[in-house]
Design a binder for this molecule. Sequence first.
Ligand code: ADP
Ligand code: ZN
Length: 517
Amino acid sequence: MCAAATVLRDVFGFDHFRPGQQDIIDAVTRGENVLAIMPTGGGKSLCFQLPALMRDGVTVVISPLIALMRDQVRALREAGVEAGALTSGNTEEETEQVWGALDAGRLKLLYIAPERLASGAALGMLRRIGVSLIAVDEAHCVSQWGHDFRPDYLRIGELRSALNVPLAAFTATADAETRDEIVARLFDDQKPQTFLHGFDRPNIHLAFGAKDNPRRQILQFAAARKGQSGIVYCGTRAKTESLAAGLREDGHLALHYHGGMDPEQRRDTEVRFQREDGLIVVATVAFGMGIDKPDIRWVAHADLPKSIEAYYQEIGRAGRDGAPAETLTLFGPDDIRLRRSQIDEGLAPPERRSADHARLNALLGLAEALKCRRETLLSYFGESEVACGKCDLCDAPADVFDGTVAVRKALSAILRTGEWFGSGHLIDILLGNRTDKVNQRGHDDLPTFGVGREYDKRQWQAVFRQMMGRDLIRPDPERHGALRMTDDALPVLRGEAEVSLRRDTIKSTARRPAPKM
Ligand code: ADP
Ligand code: ZN
């Protein structure tokens, strides 16, 4: 047995490495600069804790959350490892202990909060104690356009060059921009060895559905899974309450959960969910952070999540025990409009906003995917060679048709009306409906009037939704959500690109009888 495997067993009490752990541990132990991208819960901490024990000297661990540091220190000490933390949360006694162990040369892992790096004293101290490795947890905190930017993280680069020791950075954030920023700021642009592992959750079945009657769709999904623990995510607080009530009427055990409830009620729901079998929680995204329930059998989204990362994290709460779990994510044009306007109306700087649009686009691409969802999802995270067989598109391949002509007709309706209208009115024009609005504006004189009678209203709605999903058109918040063409649509308009559309999402939402209410 190799030395690392012995430490794994004797100190940490695990029999096997998780996928990817061993390669990372070997590289970090050898003293290489490493950037490791692993999903939350994938087992990142072991990838610096174990090498710390294999190497001489002290490993400094920089982590943004005091509570997390304390948990890790406690767990390490229980395992008999000399570890300590220097944070603002320390008692004097704890700090003394850390210094004692450092002076005696016993300490193996020293956790420090990033704000400590701001003081010049910290560097002098770290120089004295014989640091042999720097580990940076949640390394995306160094990214200014990321979600949890920590200015003090910017000092880590200086620390690395001052100490001249290898650095291992860990994060669950996989998008390319963040990754590049981490490399630039922490490694001074010297390419670290990069590992990306473990994003696949093979036991989770992935499925999307076009919104038809979302309440009925969710109730049907739950009815087929009676007695199993599940989460339904909703976009609004009101919807969590009404859907939970609907589920109860259907005979399920269901509770709602959102940020507007008082903390005791919320705590109560969390505890019940954790303890009871077969409970459904209908929640906003406020639910889930602290939930560590291994046997959640399904996760449904009644509304589209805000980004591909959020989607991944939310469905990832299902099936932690490795047993089969199922997901269903509903989406429609209103979701797309809402998510776009949340980004546009947010206070983020322009660069960040365009990154957020890109993250939303990635999710829409997944929602409108024509082939395997898992391949599409994991290729976003940079992982390749995926065996799936567990998604709706592997179960039944998408029925695709050449939608170029339909898309051109729709674009033409948009352009000829000056990009001032939403899909409802545009569809009336395409169908040749003489509504009041059509008559008032004289839109029955347009060459586009009535050219789309080969489809009905629902089918045109699906075409518009797919066009939004491909980012060929976008609602403009400054024009009350009127649809406008994006640059990506130009090649289609010019006849230089074709567009495949899914037929099955047009008729997807099988017309089954509504369940009894
Ligand atoms: P994160 O990647 O989110 O930092 P952690 O390092 O906290 O994840 O690990 C998540 C959980 O997985 C922890 O409970 C940890 O003890 C466990 N774990 C890590 N590696 C292994 C392994 N090789 N075998 C079994 N459990 C492991
Ligand atoms: Zn698949």
